[in-house]
Design a protein around this ligand. Structure first.
Ligand SMILES: C[S@@+](CC[C@H](N)C(=O)[O-])C[C@H]1O[C@@H](n2cnc3c(N)ncnc32)[C@H](O)[C@@H]1O
Length: 391
């Protein structure tokens, strides 16, 4: 493919990314892969170059562009490729430009929603390419042993389990991944698992377990000697946990929840959990480095729904915690409404519960919890709070 044809391919994919953001469809990465599945003429260099263009265009516009062409026009050095040659995009019309906005990183309507700790000087880092972090399965191997198997790996500075590789590495065919000695997991997620203070013999409920990233970390931290119960309302996500647990040598039971009937299904676990982790559904604004089109997916209505859901899952967690046990609330979000304000509202509803301000040493104090940000902590953004139940 010529560079111009690659630009046209990027525009076609960006059209799909925009439509998918509107309809809450598949993520950009999946759309790039699907595009090339039916275009066998494209070689691996073409695929890499087009993918790179697509993601540079997504990173370059905080506001959602009207179409793929407008998205790509925001990438300054792609403009000369709009030259009208065969398979190329037609030249830009007079005044035709990429979408404009005050910031290329944060959509205008979200600026007042950001935690006050996330000043304008941090915004660019929210959409920079992120490194690839691995979590060593400490039930199977040490970080030092694994560091020797990954040539460019450096130990993460905040998590004792992490190894950091440059962006866009492929590890799924590495033997240490295949035999469950490492998992791909951002350092921020590792810190959330560490904030649970997991210990052998505990009963730990991961209430929003998804595909089990944090449940696996929790199990490994206890040498697979804790009782782990992973719950989620998504059958699809929860079903991906089984093969991962098998690879890691972890035993994790799963409980598929029906939205609306969760309290009834969880009743047998009442007052029995040493720790309940609520890694709640959220805007994902702390992970824009990896999913930059997440900025285009979020709307005020969606944010409203998410904060209501966070409150709902927090309330589901409360009866599960044993007296003196802990509830850890986490969101990969930098928005105050989902983080410190949600946690403060929890405490005002449950005045006998205590927030532990030593939940982690990383990050900065934000209301009753701590905030991790890419600029300050070098990992994905997370708000984390740890509450202890009255005895
Ligand atoms: C941030 S994700 C979890 C990520 C996961 N803990 C991990 O480490 O990979 C939030 C999860 O909450 C789930 N969820 C949404 N509503 C829920 C509910 N009412 N009860 C439990 N889980 C719910 C979603 O399906 C989603 O998988």
């Amino acid at each position: 493919m010529t560079p111009q044809a690659r630009a046209q391919a990027a525009i076609d994919i960006l059209d799909q990314v925009i439509a998918s953001a509107r309809e809450d469809g598949p993520p950009a990465d999946g759309l790039v892969q699907a595009y090339f599945r039916t275009r066998r003429y494209a070689g691996s260099k073409d695929r890499r170059a087009v993918r790179e263009l697509v993601f540079r265009a997504i990173r370059a516009s905080a506001e959602m562009p009207a179409h793929g062409r407008q998205a790509l026009l925001a990438v300054e050095d792609a403009r000369p490729l709009f030259d009208g040659s065969p398979h190329a995009p037609t030249p830009p019309a007079e005044g035709e430009a990429g979408v404009s906005g005050d910031s290329v990183a944060v959509p205008g309507w979200l600026v007042p929603e950001l935690s006050p700790l996330v000043g304008a000087e941090e915004w660019a880092s929210l959409v920079e390419r992120a490194p690839l972090d691995l979590r060593v399965n400490v039930a199977q191997a040490t970080r030092g042993e694994l560091a020797d198997e990954f040539a460019e790996a450096v130990p993460t500075s905040l998590s004792p389990w992490g190894l950091r590789l440059p962006p866009d590495q492929r590890v799924s065919d590495h033997p240490a991944f295949a035999d469950g000695r490492v998992e791909v997991q951002d350092e921020g997620s590792q810190l959330v698992a560490l904030a649970c203070l997991p210990a052998a013999g505990q009963r730990i409920v991961d209430l929003c377990a998804g595909a089990g990233g944090k449940a696996l970390a929790l199990s490994a931290a206890t040498g697979n000697e804790a009782e782990l119960i992973a719950c989620d309302t998504s059958r699809d996500r929860l079903s991906r946990l089984g093969p991962r647990a098998e690879r890691a040598g972890a035993r994790i039971s799963t409980l598929l929840l029906d939205g609306g009937r969760e309290a009834e299904q969880l009743a047998p676990l009442a007052a029995s959990a040493d720790v309940v982790l609520v890694d709640a559904p959220c805007s994902g604004s702390g992970t824009w480095r990896r999913n930059p089109e997440g900025r285009w997916r979020l709307t005020p209505e969606r944010l409203e729904r998410l904060t209501a859901l966070q409150r709902h899952v927090l309330e589901l967690a409360v009866p599960l915690v044993r007296p003196g046990g802990a509830l850890v609330y986490a969101v990969c979000s930098l928005l105050a409404r989902e983080g410190e304000e949600q946690a403060a509202a929890f405490l005002s509803r449950h005045s006998a519960w205590q927030a532990q301000d030593d939940v982690m040493s990383a990050g900065r104090s934000a209301g009753p919890g701590r905030l991790l940000t890419p600029a300050h902590d070098g990992c994905d953004g997370f708000f984390v709070a740890r509450f202890t139940a009255p005895c």
